[in-house]
Design a protein around this ligand. Sequence first.
Ligand code: ADP
Ligand code: ZN
Length: 671
Amino acid sequence: MQADHGGDEFEDREALPWEDSADVVEEHPGLTAAEPLPVPQEALTMEELRERIASIWGFDDLRPLQADAMQALLEGRDCLVVLPTGGGKSLCYQAPALALPGFVLVVSPLIALMQDQHDALVANGVAVGMLTSAMDPEDRAETTARLHRRELDILFCAPERLAMGGFIGELRSLGLSAIAVDEAHCISHWGHDFRPDYRRLGDLRRFGERVPMIALTATATPRVQADIEAELGLEDPVRLVGDFDRPNLTYRMIPRAELKRQVLHVVEKHEGQGGIVYAMRRKDTESLAADLSKAGVRAAAYHAGLNPKKRTKVQKDFLAERLDVVVATIAFGMGIDRPDVRFVIHASLPKGIEQYAQETGRAGRDGLPAECVMFYSGSDFHGWKSLMERGAEEAHEAGVQTAREELDNAIGRLSELWNFATSANCRHRFLVEYFGGGFEAADGGCGACDVCLGEFDSVEDSLTIAQMILSCVVHCRQNFGGGHVTDVLRGARTKRILDLGHGNFSTFGLLKEHSKTDLRSFIDQLVAKGHLLVSPGQYPVLGLSGTGIEVMKAERTVEFIRSAASKPAARSSRSSSRSSAGSTRTKKPAPILDDPSLDSDLVEELRGLRRRLATERGVPPYVLFNDRTLVDLAERLPKTPAELLEVTGIGEKKAADLGEMLLELIAGAGG
Ligand code: ADP
Ligand code: ZN
């Protein structure tokens, strides 16, 4: 498959999602000079704020670091919040907006992201407005009028709007009390989503007086964090870096064999649930989506080559639960806030650990169990590598001085990912440590990765097998790739082998009792351990390293592992035993979707009701309430409005708006 890594087909990096919704730069709709500020109301205390959070959002507890971030804003300090996807970043600035005098300005890179947050806030009865060029002029004028009437607690804005002369000064005169920069890594060149528009946010600090600023991101590398602080000009910020482990995600890394069957196997385990399949090439997304559709799955492809209308439709259908599975290139990502994504499959290797963490981070944002499975193959590694090499060569020819250095970095990141995938170390531990955190697990391991769940078998006679593979590489004069070496070892009488006379090697057919997938995996493991080397270029060939020669001489030992991917998946998620910094109350264990004590018919009926209500209101279902609320409803079976308010995620406004229908449905189900 290495022959076909044709340019843009292969790397879908144009990441166009925000082009659809790009906020074109235009004059802001003339905010006129404001009347003098009313006497500012006193900020609420943290205790009072907690009460309001319970009554508005229906959350009785705050997540780790949320309280610290809120406290920082209430004290007028700058703050940097680094929390994983689903960690609850939005509440960090949304709640203080109610406690502070005036309003909080929220800057976000994507209109879709803002729209969802906006709608969810409206559903909770929060006074919120938006200013984007995608809106009708009348709606914009309406928001402006509400700003003037000092009605708003939160205002959403695209970054380019802030760069317009005088805009921020006018917002100040209208009671701007803090600025929240969401997806703040977009300001950094080192981040993976750099947006030139975000650079201009650095100017905010230069306008007049200082307004406290909170920057939020899920990108955890120290370099990006430092860059965010420097570019935004944060002053002595409170730094809140969360726990990057996602205990509700179960990670699995499986050598790719029959991709279609493997993908289908995972998807079928999650029948009727939302999931994303990432593939490297556009045509792969299309063929996989077709395969899934044929198998009766509500699936569609998504990549940057589709026309914008089609892309928007797929995205909307997925959010509205009209589609269960999207098979996508990396162009599908930002703005996908559906919290009940139950699985993320990588049909090919992502480019690095950060991408992997980000893409899998889209699973289980609601905190309920979700599964992340990667099907990897050495050919992806070489595909990426030769693509990177070609890119660097072109950049070098175009006079880019740092091309070589960047290539080394990129290949370094790819190799880290490769080692991650092919090694047998706890996935949770690896990821947490990669992002600079500490990890402690019980003796039995994390309980939520293929390694700790014992889904790997050790392979008997590993050393002998390794020696046979290495000898075969030598017989092939270190001039052939992994596919050919595998064929020789398995004794395949292919035309090529016969023509070349490789059927006469003493290693021919020596490992025929092993499957092709296993042999490829063993070769991959030898590469990962550095015993085999792979030449650069489009047709990579295998060669021996110094340590490979030691293995041949039995001066060094090797232990292969084999993924027992056919074992049934463990269902439960791990309940975290660690205490999390910043959390003041004990965490409730995550409710489990397939908890047998739950009335699953009721859950489905509630889901149906949520979908109908969402359609009526023209918002995605999760904007009304997430799956955690769904499960909590089915567990508590509230009978009265007061009992309904005990349910997580149901505040006063939702109880008033949706309560009657929910109670009726639950009463009907009980009777
Ligand atoms: P992030 O922006 O960090 O990815 P979100 O702000 O979208 O995460 O929050 C993820 C989910 O967690 C949302 O469904 C949100 O309603 C929920 N959530 C946030 N804070 C709390 C809390 N304190 N208690 C319960 N649920 C919460
Ligand atoms: Zn583990």
